[in-house]
Design a protein around this ligand. Structure first.
Ligand code: AMP
Ligand code: TRP
Length: 333
C-alpha cells in the first residue's frame, strides 16, 4: 500500500542515537520504498517553544538537514523542508487551537516533563506544541507518521483533533486521521548513564548519549563507561526483567543489526558485559561513523544545505497552500 509519510525533528542540536534508532532509521527505510511519498520537516517553530540562540538555531537547522541526508534520505525523492518556510503551519495551528480542548492538552505528559515544577514560567507555545504538531501532519493528509515512542500521546491527540474538526464542520474524512509508525523491536532508547531516563539532547552529561557527530574514540569511551549491572549477560529474555541498562544496551545492538532480542541474547548468554561492550562498540562505530563523517562533510557546504530547504519549501508549499485554502473555506473565512 502506498503511504503518505510525514514526520518532524526539532533543530535543537545534539541529534543522537535515540533520534536515529527511534525515528531517522525508519525515515530512511520509508524513503527507500518507491511506493511512499515522504515529507521530513525540520520543525523550527517547535524549537522556539524553548528559548534558542538565533545563531545556534540557524546552525542547527542546517545540521538537521545534513543529518537527514547523511543518514540516507534522498532530498530529490523525499521533501525536506523547514516548518517556518511554509506559513500554512502557523495559520492552521491557530485554527486547530480553537478546535482542541484544554482538557485534552492538560493530559500531555511531555509538557509536564518539559515545563518542570514552574509551569507558570513555561511558554504558551510549549503548552500548545502538540496542536502545531497536529497541524503539520494534517496539512499534508499524512497517512503514517514515523516517530519514537515518546510521541505516541501527541499522535493520539492529533487523531482526536482531526476527528473533532471533521465533526464540528460536518466534513467527514476531510482531515485524514493518521496512523503512528513506531519501531516494534526497540522504540525507546535510554540514557547510557541511567536506564530509567530516555536518551535526550538536553541531558547535561554528554556521556549519557551517543551523538551522531561523535568520533570513534568518543563512541568507544561512552560505551565503555555506560552503566551496567553486576550480573552476567542474560541467558534469556526473562532474565532481562528489572535490568533496564542491560535491556538498553542489548536493544541498541539488536536494533543496529536489524535483529531480534532472542538472537542477540543467545549470542552473549552468560558472558561478561565487557566482551559484549567491545562488540557493541564495533557495531555502533560501523553504523554511526559513516554518518558522522558525512554530516561533517555536508556542513562545509551551507549553500547546498540551503538549496535543499529552498526546494523543499517550494514543494511543501504547493501541497499545504491548497489544503489551507480549503480549510479557510470550510471555517467560513
Ligand atoms: P526530537 O529531537 O524531540 O524532535 O525528536 C525527533 C524524533 O526522535 C522523534 O520521533 C522522537 O520520538 C525520536 N526520539 C527522540 N529521543 C528518542 C529516544 N531516546 N528514543 C527513541 N526515539 C527518540
Ligand atoms: N514533536 C516531535 C518531537 O519532538 C517533532 C514533530 C513536530 C513531529 N511535528 C511533527 C513529529 C509532526 C511527527 C510529525 O519529536
Amino acid at each position: 500500500m502506498s503511504k503518505k509519510i510525514f514526520s518532524g525533528v526539532q533543530p535543537t542540536g545534539n541529534l543522537h542515537l535515540g533520534n536515529y534508532l527511534g525515528a531517522i532509521k525508519n525515515f530512511v527505510e520509508l524513503n527507500n520504498d518507491d511506493a511512499n511519498e515522504c515529507i521530513f520537516c525540520v520543525v523550527d517553530l517547535h524549537a522556539i517553544t524553548i528559548k534558542q540562540d538565533p545563531k545556534e538555531l540557524k546552525k542547527n537547522i542546517r545540521e538537521t538537514v545534513a543529518t537527514f541526508v547523511a543518514s540516507g534520505i534522498d532530498p530529490k525523492k523525499s521533501i525536506i523542508f523547514n516548518q517556518s518556510g511554509v506559513a500554512a503551519h502557523s495559520e492552521f495551528a491557530w485554527i486547530l487551537s480553537c478546535v482542541a480542548r484544554m482538557g485534552w492538552l492538560n493530559r500531555m505528559t511531555q509538557f509536564k516533563e518539559k515545563a518542570g515544577k514552574d509551569k507558570e514560567k513555561a511558554s504558551i507555545g510549549l503548552y500548545s506544541y502538540p496542536v502545531l504538531m497536529a497541524a503539520d501532519i494534517l496539512l499534508y493528509d499524512a497517512t503514517h507518521v514515523p516517530v519514537g515512542d515518546d510521541q505516541k500521546q501527541h499522535l493520539e491527540l492529533c487523531r482526536d483533533i482531526a476527528q473533532k474538526f471533521n465533526n464540528d464542520f460536518g466534513v467527514e474524512n476531510f482531515l485524514k486521521v493518521p496512523e503512528p509508525l513506531i519501531q516494534k523491536v526497540f522504540s525507546r532508547i535510554m540514557s547510557l548513564k541511567d536506564g530509567s531516563k530516555k536518551m535526550s539532547k538536553s541531558e547535561l552529561s554528554d556521556l549519557s548519549r551517543i551523538n551522531l557527530t561523535d568520533d570513534e574514540d568518543q563512541i568507544i569511551t561512552k560505551i565503555k563507561k555506560a552503566k551496567t549491572d553486576p550480573l552476567l549477560m542474560p541467558k534469556d529474555i526473562k532474565e532481562l526483567e528489572g535490568r533496564p541498562e542491560a535491556q538498553n544496551l542489548i536493544g541498541i545492538y539488536t536494533s543496529l543489526n536489524n535483529s531480534t532480542f532472542e538472537t542477540s541474547i543467545k549470542k552473549y548468554a552468560g558472558k561478561n558485559f565487557s566482551d559484549f561492550k567491545n562488540e557493541l562498540s564495533e557495531v555502533v562505530v560501523s553504523k554511526i561513523i559513516p554518518i558522522s563523517k558525512e554530516i561533517k562533510k555536508l556542513l562545509e557546504d551551507n549553500s547546498f544545505l540551503d538549496s535543499i530547504l529552498l526546494d523543499g519549501v517550494e514543494r511543501a508549499n504547493k501541497i499545504a497552500s491548497k489544503k489551507i485554502k480549503n480549510i479557510k473555506e470550510i471555517v467560513g473565512f
